[in-house]
Structures are given as structure tokens and as C-alpha cells.
Design a binder for this molecule. Structure first.
Ligand SMILES: [Zn+2]
Length: 284
């Protein structure tokens, strides 16, 4: 696919265009010289990303099933985590995909709605699973203020051109004290490790991923936006269909879970996907 590309300033601090950091084919990750954020620059325009996401998720029934199996352990862990704070309420899943997390939460007694940019995934969630899903992006839906008890986003924030605007919107539509749960990849440490052995890699999944958040950066953004009581977790691991990927996911996932537990929930294994939970504060 041909992408219309644009050069941008750092999506977090807007202070620099970034210094070259990593190349994958013709795509370049850069590092902001001011806040150190890692982002794709130049990056596809919003219009070409919208077209790209119409083809991003699989379409055949078998692939959708594999997708569900892959994500299930992470969805279960997230649902159990939310249960520690709220038994039910109104939940929004942003980037709901086929709707499997929404279905899980609906089964658990939540009033669950989604937002999804891919028309095919949205059709599946609506027509096959009978869920309420709005066409994305989130900012266009215009939910009321103080509306949701929980907002979730699984592997969404790294795809967004304006992650800060997204967090601001989550803050606005959450009730005070409402929960935000985000799941995101954290690729840079593994990439650096492979680089140090001279191993070429395409771990960033470019140009789908527009940035790579670290737990520190995500906490900084959340707190800057008025979220409180940030908690970081490993939050389980996916089970991809591909045997090699599955083995790596189980190996690193269980190792990082074990180390997290043994460290009294302090050590976050670098390079594996992570979950962050935060609460909307009373300030707006
Ligand atoms: Zn920056």
C-alpha cells in the first residue's frame, strides 16, 4: 500500500522532530531530543491510516477465531483486574476490534460499548456478537462528559497520531474516579538488545505503530493529564497461532510475570507488552 506521509513534531512535547533511531525498510523511528519519546517520523497521514486499517485485521472466520484465542488470556486478566475495583457499570472499549473484550464484559454484567475504526471488525462485533460499537475515531463519537465507569484500550495508543488528545478525551468521558486501562507493547529494550548483537529486526511493526511508550513515559502522560494512582502490570500474555511467536510469548510472558511477582510487583521486564491502570482524578 502507498502511504501519504507527513513530517511531524514529537506527539508528546511537540518540541522536536526527533533524531534518527531505527530503520525498518523505508520507515524511520526517531527519538525526541527533548522528552526522549520514540516515534515514527515521517508518518502516514490520517487519511492513509484510515485506509490502512480497513485491511489491518484478518477477515476469514478461521483467522478471527485465532485472533480471539490469541487475545483471550489478556482480556481475561484485564477483566479480573477491573473486577477488583468495580463489579459493573458503563464501560467503553476503544479499538474494540471484533468485540471479544466487550462480549466478555457484557457477560460479566457490564453495560459495554465500543469504538472501532475498521468497518469489517465493527460489522462483525455488531452483526455476529450483537454488540454496540460506534465508528471511530473516539474523538468523533462525542460521548457526554463524566459518562463511563471504565475505559479500556488494548494495543491502541501506539497506533494513534495524537495520543495526548486521546488521553484527554478518555479523561473527559470518564466519571471522576473512573478507571482507564491501557495495554501497549514496549518494544525498544528488545530492539536495543538485538541491535547490540548486530541482529537486524522489524519489531516495531511499522508503519502500523506510530510510537513506542515506556511505562515511565505513559505514567508521565497520564499524570500530566490528571490521572491518579497509576499501576503498572505485566497483565498476562497473548497466545499467537504461529508456533514460534507463541513459544516466545509464553516464555517471556511467564518469565516476566514470575519476576514481577517475586519483586513484590515492582520489576517490569523490559520489552514485553504491559498493562497500565489509572484513575480519573477530580481535577478537569
Ligand atoms: Zn518530545
Amino acid at each position: 500500500m502507498d502511504f501519504g506521509m507527513e513530517e511531524v513534531n514529537c506527539p508528546i512535547c511537540e518540541k522536536s522532530r526527533g533524531d534518527p533511531f531505527h530503520l525498518e525498510g523505508s520507515f524511520q523511528m526517531v527519538r525526541c531530543s527533548s522528552c526522549q519519546f520514540i516515534f515514527l517520523n515521517p508518518r502516514p497521514t490520517l487519511e492513509s491510516l484510515h485506509d490502512f486499517y480497513q485491511q489491518y485485521l484478518p477477515e476469514e472466520e478461521a483467522s478471527i477465531e485465532s485472533w480471539e484465542k490469541m487475545m483471550k488470556p489478556v482480556f481475561h486478566r484485564a477483566a479480573d483486574l477491573l473486577k477488583q475495583y468495580r463489579r459493573n457499570g458503563r464501560l467503553l472499549d476503544v479499538g474494540a476490534g471484533f468485540g471479544f473484550f466487550l462480549a466478555e464484559m457484557k457477560n460479566r454484567g457490564w453495560e459495554a460499548v465500543g469504538v472501532e475504526i475498521s468497518q469489517k471488525a465493527l460489522d462483525y462485533a455488531r452483526n455476529v456478537l450483537g454488540l454496540t460499537v460506534h465508528p471511530g475515531p473516539l474523538e468523533k463519537v462525542d460521548f457526554p462528559d463524566n459518562h463511563f465507569d471504565a475505559v479500556t484500550g488494548f494495543y491502541v495508543i501506539e497506533h494513534l497520531s495524537h495520543p495526548m488528545a486521546f488521553l484527554r478525551e478518555c479523561q473527559r468521558i470518564l466519571k471522576p474516579g473512573g478507571l482507564l486501562l491501557l495495554r501497549y507493547p514496549h518494544t525498544t529494550p528488545i530492539k536495543n538488545l538485538l541491535d547490540s548483537f548486530g541482529i537486524k529486526n522489524r519489531l516495531y511493526d511499522l508503519p502500523a505503530h506510530l510510537s513506542d511508550f515506556s511505562p515511565k513515559m505513559i505514567q508521565q502522560c497520564l499524570e500530566g493529564m490528571g490521572f491518579e494512582k497509576c499501576q503498572h502490570l505485566i497483565g498476562g500474555y497473548t497466545l499467537p497461532c504461529d508456533l514460534k511467536k507463541r513459544t516466545a510469548s509464553i516464555l517471556f510472558g511467564s518469565l516476566s510475570e514470575t519476576l514481577f511477582r517475586l519483586s513484590g510487583k515492582k520489576f517490569l521486564f523490559p520489552g514485553v507488552s504491559k498493562t497500565v491502570l489509572a484513575f480519573r482524578g477530580n481535577i478537569s
